[in-house]
Design a protein around this ligand. Sequence first.
Ligand code: G3P
Length: 225
Amino acid sequence: MQLYLDSANIQHIREAAGWGILSGVTTNPSLLAKEDPKVDIKNRILEIHQLVGGHLSVEVISTDTDGMIREAHEIRSWFPDATIKIPMLPAGLAAVKKLSSENIPTNVTLIFNPIQAIAANNAGATYVSVFLGRLDDIGMNSEHILDEITSIWYTHGFESKIIAASIRNPLHIIQSAKSGAHIATIPYDVLKKSLKHPLTDIGIDIFLNDYDKLQTEIQKLLIEQ
Ligand code: G3P
């Protein structure tokens, strides 16, 4: 399963890209709104693109088909391998159909059930983003819904890739991998927390202390000789 960062924060993206485990970045208007409003959106997107060579999803804000297509072309003029994030609306599906006929990759976002996911796939989406945390927020079982979607995907051999999104904790990442999602897009804090384990830190301390002890013993022996 590939790991993407779900962020528009340059420091976080730079740091996580440095770990060598990122295959892409997903952004959305809410993530961009958390950042410095003095940096214009196009420049921020281009800066992110320079940091992470792989996938970069940029979301449109129009809700009508023509507006989405116009924005998609505008974003693709910024950098030619942009993936266009399109909301799961009937008008969005029509935009995906048109963009896919132009070989423009799309990521259909805000998917919460298997039928939305099938519709996005059939419209020609390259990626379908299933939101886990927001399902859990309303008392629905995101694990079960993601399992249903992945099982449909593998039964039918659908080509579009499933992105597990709205990830809020390490268990969501494990749940995504177990269910067979192709990608999990993860906020910086959750990814960083998931890479840490207290026994790893304790283990490093023990190794370093033992190494220091060994060095002291060696020095003693050298002095005694
Ligand atoms: O990728 C979608 C994600 O940014 C939404 O996350 O936590 O706002 O539901 P959240």
